[in-house]
Design a protein around this ligand. Structure first.
Ligand SMILES: Cc1cc2nc3c(=O)[nH]c(=O)nc-3n(C[C@H](O)[C@H](O)[C@H](O)COP(=O)(O)OP(=O)(O)OC[C@H]3O[C@@H](n4cnc5c(N)ncnc54)[C@H](O)[C@@H]3O)c2cc1C
Length: 401
């Protein structure tokens, strides 16, 4: 593993850091909760307005789509620059891809890889400008971990598909203009072979979006119902009934563009700060040996996470395909984040349950909010049990359970 940066890369980091700090303070203020996922911001009008402004600034400055080729309006940057950008944005708890996380991170790259020219020309530019926000309709009430059992149906009618069915947990659907939708066209084909990948206008007649309020009190995701929704056949990506392969391409791009992208290091730094402000067992928490051990352990684990990301990056720089690091990073980061939130609970005792705006709430209720939100991250993007299965089967080569 090579830890050294070239002078150009160091200069890029310095420029970027200055730009991010200055602009983030202007847009989000100086005392802000981590904002790393635009989905968690979708439910609140004021935060959404700010994240749209953040999106426009990132785009104008050329930092929004570092991993996109220049041909499609990206920066065509190398993996090291992308990794520097992620480090710096996560350090400040900022949304990596502005308001259009799914589009910039994976849907756009999927269209570049599997879409046709007309689709690329039509959709990619407005993903960048933020004029069209995207969401991802994969999960259904009876198809989450076992996605291939999805039942939302499409039938062909002349030049259109007609869609009927329901999706659930669709992040940002209430803000989205477009959606990538997995539907079943051939109900008699083997499960993975009857699925197609469509681009759907969320303003089409017959689509109903119902926000779902999470225990944080925010509505980051939604139920989406489809009642005879017409979608032009030209909105099919890839071939008919080959949608499973297209969705795998989306996942591949998710891996290549990222790795571990959770701001857990920031949460740990804030926890260390918290320990200097509160008492534990009658002494300042930061001086209590049990607290110190815990903080040191978290810091070590977050460093391991970062090193594991660098290992994956080095492998990619040497031209190797990313392996199961994506699963490892997702599992480890979201589990660590949950344990950090639970430990903050332990430190704060009864104060832990005081929410934002309550009298006596420490750090304006940040920790109560974090505790309530941390569990969702262990489920989103494939639950941690499923990540354990992937690591067990594909890395450790254990027999299938
Ligand atoms: C915050 C958040 C945002 C999301 N955003 C989106 C989105 O934008 N678009 C979208 O399509 N989906 C989205 N999802 C849905 C997410 O992908 C699913 O919730 C997830 O895949 C789990 O599916 P499920 O909820 O149906 O649970 P299930 O699959 O029913 O699982 C229930 C429990 O059983 C366990 N389990 C299931 N199968 C196995 C197995 N084989 N081995 C071991 N344990 C197993 C699971 O780990 C889980 O604990 C989001 C979810 C969350 C929490």
């Amino acid at each position: 593993m090579d830890f050294s940066y070239t002078p150009e890369q160091d200069a890029f980091r310095a420029r970027l850091r200055e730009w991010l700090e200055r602009n983030a303070t202007e847009v989000f203020g100086s005392n802000r909760e981590a904002l790393s996922s635009s989905a968690t911001l979708a439910g609140d009008d004021d935060r959404w307005r700010r994240v749209m402004e953040w999106h426009r600034r990132l785009y104008k400055a050329g930092y929004l789509a570092l991993h996109w080729p220049k041909e499609w309006g990206g920066a065509g940057a190398g993996l090291v620059e992308q990794s520097i950008y992620q480090d710096e944005a996560l350090r400040l708890g900022l949304p990596l891809y502005g308001a259009n996380q799914l589009a910039i991170d994976r849907i756009g790259p999927t269209l570049m890889f599997v879409g046709n020219d007309e689709q690329r020309r039509r959709y990619l530019p407005k993903m960048l400008t933020g004029e069209e926000i995207w969401c991802q309709g994969y999960s259904e009430p009876n198809a989450g971990s076992d996605l291939a059992s999805l039942q939302t149906r499409a039938v062909i009618d002349g030049d259109d598909f007609i869609i009927n069915g329901q999706k659930v947990w669709t992040s940002m659907a209430q803000r989205a203009d477009w959606q990538v939708l997995l539907v079943r066209i051939d109900p008699n084909a083997p499960r993975h072979k009857g699925i197609s990948y469509l681009l759907v206008d969320m303003h089409s007649p017959g689509i109903t979006v119902r926000p779902l309020v999470q225990m944080t009190g925010e509505a980051g995701f939604n139920e989406v119902f489809y009642d005879n929704v017409r979608v032009p056949r030209k909105n099919l990506v890839g071939e008919l009934n080959q949608g499973w392969k297209v969705s795998l391409a989306t996942l591949m791009y998710e891996r290549v563009s990222g790795g571990t992208r959770h701001p857990v290091e920031r949460a740990i730094n804030e926890l260390i700060e918290l320990a200097t402000k509160v008492n534990f067992d009658g002494v300042p928490a930061s001086q209590h040996p049990y607290v110190r051990q815990k903080l040191a352990q978290f810091a070590i684990e977050s460093r391991c996470l970062r090193l594991s990301r660098y290992r994956s990056l080095t492998a990619q720089l040497k031209g190797k395909m990313p392996g199961a690091e994506g699963s490892f990073g997702k599992l480890f980061a979201t589990d660590l984040n949950l344990r950090v939130a639970m430990f903050a609970d332990e430190l704060l005792g009864a104060y832990a349950s005081l929410a934002r705006g309550s009298l006596g709430a420490v750090d304006d209720g940040r920790w109560a909010h974090r505790m309530l939100g941390a569990r969702a991250l262990t489920i989103a993007a494939g639950s941690n049990e499923i990540q354990h299965n992937i690591i067990g089967e594909r890395v450790l080569k254990l027999p299938k359970g």
